[in-house]
Design a protein around this ligand. Sequence first.
Ligand code: GTP
Length: 478
Amino acid sequence: MAASQVAERVQELHLDDNGRGPGSESPERVRNLNIVFIGHVDAGKSTLCGHLLYLTGNLDERTLEKYEKEAKSKGRESWKFAWALDLTEQERSKGKTTDYGVASFRTATKHITIIDAPGHKAYVPAMISGTGQADVAILVISARKGEFEAGFERGGQTREHAMLAKTAGVRQLIVVINKMDEPTVQWSEERFREICDKLAPFLKQIGYRPQEVSWVPVSGFTGENLREPVHPSTCAWYKGGSLLQVLDALKLPPRPLDMPVRMTVVDRFRDMGVCILGRVEAGTIRSGDRLLLMPPRLVVHVTSITMDAEEVPLAEPGDNVKLLVKGVEEDDIHSGQVLCAENDPVEATTTFDGQVMLVEHKSILTAGYRCIAHIQAAAVEVVFERLLAEVDRRTNQIVKKHPKFVRPGSTFIARLSVAQPVCVTAFKEFAPLGRFMLRDEGTTIGAGVVLRIPSQRAKSETNAVVYPDTNKTGADGP
Ligand SMILES: Nc1nc2c(ncn2[C@@H]2O[C@H](COP(=O)(O)OP(=O)(O)OP(=O)(O)O)[C@@H](O)[C@H]2O)c(=O)[nH]1
């Protein structure tokens, strides 16, 4: 699905009133929380999303019956909830999500936008775009015998997705152990614990602190423990809240309202004029504002702002919005660009120093190596110009200067250059524009944070290599 179809999808789902009418000004308005569903193929992400929409009144009986009939006619009856998000023919006939789907619902305290990311390996770039917009990730694990194991082993998407979520800066993780109803599981505490015990050390290793992770057993298919806590006659040992209760209790991430505007561009299309889809990372955008599109440095006039198919007067950090704009042509706009405050734009660069964690790579890596860097929604070719230092990940101290090569598993600092200018900032100055992921031949090989932009060295008055805040790397670093 092109991201331009997102708005149509949201409308098709008969969404509830989202409380964002013209009078709903900050700070009283209900705050939005973006949640991405990630996990191995067939873990049950789409089913879970569809069932949550149903239980929150955003998927009516009639539509569900329609999906059920259509699914049955294709021999895929059990897929009826998944069809609420898997809307393309290709997705339905294959039973696989190929691009991320978006919908939203309300809980007692929050407006929640859900992003259903595809699980299949081939669709990781779409998953990266989806995750880049999220505040919270729900890592869906199938408890079914053999399925957890297949997803968690090397090459499975459980590890890769969790790592990508961490690198994309998603601080809160909810691990949903799904398919608890399945005959090989039957709400077994032993199976639940076995999965938690295997996953927890891995999550810690990639940087999630135990207090950032919640664990919830559910059945996306029967709906147990989604809205109401699971009945003790089905599961006597689980004493925590239902998935919606856990979501309701989450703290909202801080919103940098007072910073200059930064909105990452995810897509563009034409609909009564030129439209830009993206996520506000900092500042407040009001209709009537003039912004600067970087890197091309074009002035953009915002004529209206739409969120969840409803016009709103302003957009704040964390909001995924559609801007109707004047002053630019559709062809001027590309994913990965950043809309900025006109008097304080982010600069574009083709060179930056980054601290990289090389996770999976078939051999050693040397200067001159090329791969694809995902920087916000942009995918650009990147070259490792120079290896500057190898770093001990735990202490963040340099262990070797100017290494000739680095091995898989190592953390190092390198000077990187990209084919086209990109908008990045040092991670410690503004984290949302300071992260990147590296992929080669369809595999995620590493992740990194921007340490500095060499041309800006004079400003920082130092020639020394600058590191991310050591205290922060455990939580925010790659
Ligand atoms: N028994 C049982 N089956 C489930 C549950 N959740 C999902 N399934 C089944 O698992 C299969 C895959 O479900 P999907 O929701 O399409 O999985 P997905 O993770 O979205 O898959 P991709 O979109 O391909 O990544 C379908 O046959 C579902 O009916 C569950 O809680 N219990």
